[in-house]
Design a protein. Structure first.
Length: 207
């Protein structure tokens, strides 16, 4: 049965932050006729979300009727500065992270995980322009300024914008093998340079 992937969206979400992982999970296995992920978007309300540069996106679900995800994707963008003070958004992240197999933040989505209290004692990364803010929001986390992908096991974080594609491919590799992830990258014609755990760009903090 395909893993369910819920991609959180909100006003002023960065487009590639959510669309990059959406594409990775959405196309994985498709060419072999065995889709491995069921991907859908979710927003606080069932109405269009205005993403960065006024891209209107219709969410598949609201917080009220969202199916329980196996993977929760939390993207970033300027909207995170508002949503990190939104109790409904933080409660949604906390609630679904409890039962999710993985939680993936992209870019400044890490700020939402921090405010939800999910980064204590973990290693983390975010967009280069949000490093200081993340350190302030997650004082008990170790912020890795040079990391593109940080895998803590359940909680996976990526640096800015396009790095979310690398983190999603990393999760495909972890869950379904390196060959499957490479096939997805090849289909997308994506130059997947950050596929190896090297302790610097791709950090695995799992013991």
């Amino acid at each position: 049965m395909p893993r369910r992937v819920a991609v959180l969206i909100f006003d002023n979400v960065e487009v590639m932050d959510f669309a990059g992982p959406f594409e990775v999970f959405g196309v994985t296995g498709q060419r072999e006729g065995k889709p491995l992920f069921d991907v859908y978007t979710v927003a606080r309300e069932s109405k269009p979300v205005m993403a960065r540069n006024n891209l209107s996106v219709n969410p598949d679900y609201s917080f009220r009727d969202c199916p329980r995800p196996d993977i929760l994707v939390v993207p970033g963008g300027f909207g995170t500065r508002r949503e990190k003070h939104n109790p409904a958004v933080l409660d949604f992240i906390r609630q679904h992270s409890q039962d999710a197999e993985r939680v993936l933040s992209v870019c400044s989505g890490a700020l939402l995980l921090a405010r939800a209290g999910l980064l204590d004692g973990l290693r983390a990364t975010t967009h280069q322009g949000a490093m200081a803010e993340l350190a302030a929001d997650a004082p008990k986390a170790e912020v890795l300024k040079t990391a593109r992908v940080v895998d803590n096991g359940k909680i996976v974080l990526s640096a800015g914008i396009s790095a979310g594609i690398d983190a999603a491919l990393h999760l495909v590799s972890v869950l379904h093998g390196a060959e499957q992830a490479a096939e997805t990258a090849a289909y997308m014609e994506y130059d997947w340079r950050y596929r190896e755990v090297d302790g610097s760009s791709v950090v695995c903090a799992v013991a």
